[in-house]
Design a protein. Structure first.
Length: 175
């Protein structure tokens, strides 16, 4: 709990734990959720293709084992989610508000970033996020994040690169 607090993550409740196991200083137990024993985990076929939203599939180039990156040739629209755990994601277009891009590696956006971008999700702290116009709702690298309110106002609307340095997210304009 202390480590989450240092990252400014507040826990509102804990689901799936017996109330008898929760110490008085922990958040309350939640009920009415789906128990973990009820979850059905679908079988995953081994494939080199990334897991992406169905309506993005035609615009995604499948990565090879030697180059685990994905290129999306259309904008990511509001409500869409693009997930690629193995490598970098390049978007030739913008990422709309209400959409998200999640990558195990770096994220390159050749347009405006208005939604959420989360890079380095598989523990790759050297991942970076690049965008042509910063208007994001949230950015994250290796679990560390900044929300729109945390951005330096002078960087809004600018081409930037974002990286993690000593557990602190850094944002700098790209010339």
């Amino acid at each position: 709990m202390a480590k989450l607090a240092t990252r400014k993550v507040r826990i509102m409740g804990i689901e799936g734990a017996k109330a008898s196991l929760l110490a008085p200083d922990l958040p309350p137990a939640l009920t009415d959720g789906k128990g973990t024993s009820d979850l059905e985990i679908p079988a995953v076929e081994e494939s080199s293709a990334p897991a992406v939203a169905a309506n993005l599939a035609p615009t995604v180039s499948a990565p090879s084992r030697s180059n685990p990156s994905v290129v999306v040739s259309q904008p990511v629209r509001s409500g869409q989610s693009l997930y690629h755990a193995e490598g970098d994601v390049t978007i030739v277009g913008s990422v709309a508000s209400g959409s998200e891009v999640v990558a195990g590696g770096s994220i390159h956006i050749y347009g405006a970033l208005r939604g959420r971008a989360m890079a380095g999700t598989m523990g790759h702290s050297t991942a970076r996020i690049f965008c042509r116009k910063l208007e994001a709702e949230l950015i994250a690298i290796d679990g560390f994040y900044l929300t729109a309110e945390d951005f330096e106002p002078s960087l809004r609307g600018k081409a930037v690169q974002i990286w993690l340095e000593d557990e602190t997210i850094k944002v700098a304009a790209v010339i």
